[in-house]
Design a binder for this molecule. Structure first.
Ligand code: 13P
Ligand code: SF4
Length: 304
């Protein structure tokens, strides 16, 4: 049954000259049929340069919005319109403007896990893969960082010369990974390295051997001589980690590392989306242009 659906999806992708992008947290079967999987940065770059007419974005709403911002002449489909990101909803344009008013003249660095409108009220975007490079690229020695307090505080320690104003947003999935759960896993697997995402709480990142974006984890585990890893990010990452390094062992740091939004999209949803060419994600042109300038400024910075 699932093989038949996969074939129908692949056929419709050809019919519509469509490309299927999937975030590293998607269900295994969705990652398996995707043309491209990646972290937020890789998928933004792909969305900005693809020659396809249609982008089927298997991820959450802000990611599809970024694709629509970067590729206005393409149809961007988000198979599950209800796949959102609670962190992205934690700051509104009004709240950001109120914060700006309190700190006039200070640039706003906005994590891509944010709405198009918030990006439109920002100076530059960043992802977890390039946040430090983005912050270092700014000439100002003060900045506002929204919405992720954990990513902000993680990178702030590497640029002590800069003063940060943090927004207290967070990823509920990563914050459910408690210090006690990680300590327990480290006791059970003393021979394993612990890697985690910078959206994790500071007491958890403090225990990590390596902190990086989801794609950074693939590179690290593939090239590391270590054979066992405790993985501190959303469970979907395990699919490709195990595929890339079948001789290595990967243990999820906490059973709470499931993002309900990232798990919504099924093969049936993708098929229906390609059959109906809906739901389409659109961004009003005035917001799109301003959000694009924040994303373009980020994309102009060379990758680390
Ligand atoms: P990255 O894949 O960019 O590390 O993003 C993590 C995330 O939480 C996306 O929602
Ligand atoms: Fe948002 Fe966290 Fe889910 Fe990513 S994992 S979509 S940041 S809630």
């Amino acid at each position: 049954m699932s093989d038949a659906i996969k074939k129908q999806i692949r056929d419709l992708l050809i019919t519509h000259n469509a490309v299927l992008l999937a975030h590293n947290y998607m269900r295994d079967e969705v990652q398996e049929i995707a043309d491209i999987t990646g972290d937020s940065l890789a998928l933004s770059i792909e969305a900005s340069k693809t020659a396809a007419d249609v982008i089927v974005f298997c991820g959450v709403h802000f990611m599809a919005e970024s694709a629509a911002i970067l590729s206005p002449d393409k149809k961007v489909l988000l198979p599950r319109a209800d796949a959102g990101c609670p962190m992205a909803d934690m700051v509104t344009p009004g709240e950001l403007e109120a914060l700006r008013a309190k700190h006039p003249g200070i640039p706003v660095v906005t994590y891509v896990n944010s709405s198009a409108e918030v990006k439109a009220h920002s100076d530059i975007c960043c992802t977890s893969a390039n946040a430090l490079t983005v912050v270092r690229s700014l000439k100002e020695d003060e900045l506002i960082f929204v919405p992720d307090r954990n990513l902000g505080r993680w990178i702030a320690q590497f640029v002590p010369e800069k003063k940060f104003v943090f927004w207290e947003g967070f990823c509920p999935t990563h914050e459910r990974m408690t210090l006690a759960a990680v300590e327990q896993k480290k006791l059970e697997h003393p021979d394993a390295l612990f890697i985690c995402h910078p959206e994790s709480a500071p007491e958890v990142t403090a225990l990590a051997d390596y902190v990086c974006s989801t794609s950074g984890m693939y590179d690290y585990c593939r090239t590391s001589p270590a054979k066992k890893f405790i993985v501190g990010t959303e469970a979907g990452i395990l699919y490709k980690l195990r595929l890339d390094s079948p001789d290595k062992e990967f243990v999820l740091a906490s059973p709470a590392l499931f993002c309900p939004n990232m798990k919504l999209t099924s093969l049936e949803d993708i098929l229906l989306s390609l059959q109906t060419l809906a739901p389409v994600v659109r961004v009003p042109e005035d917001i799109r242009l301003r959000a694009k300038s924040s994303l373009d400024r980020m994309l102009a910075i060379p990758r680390d």
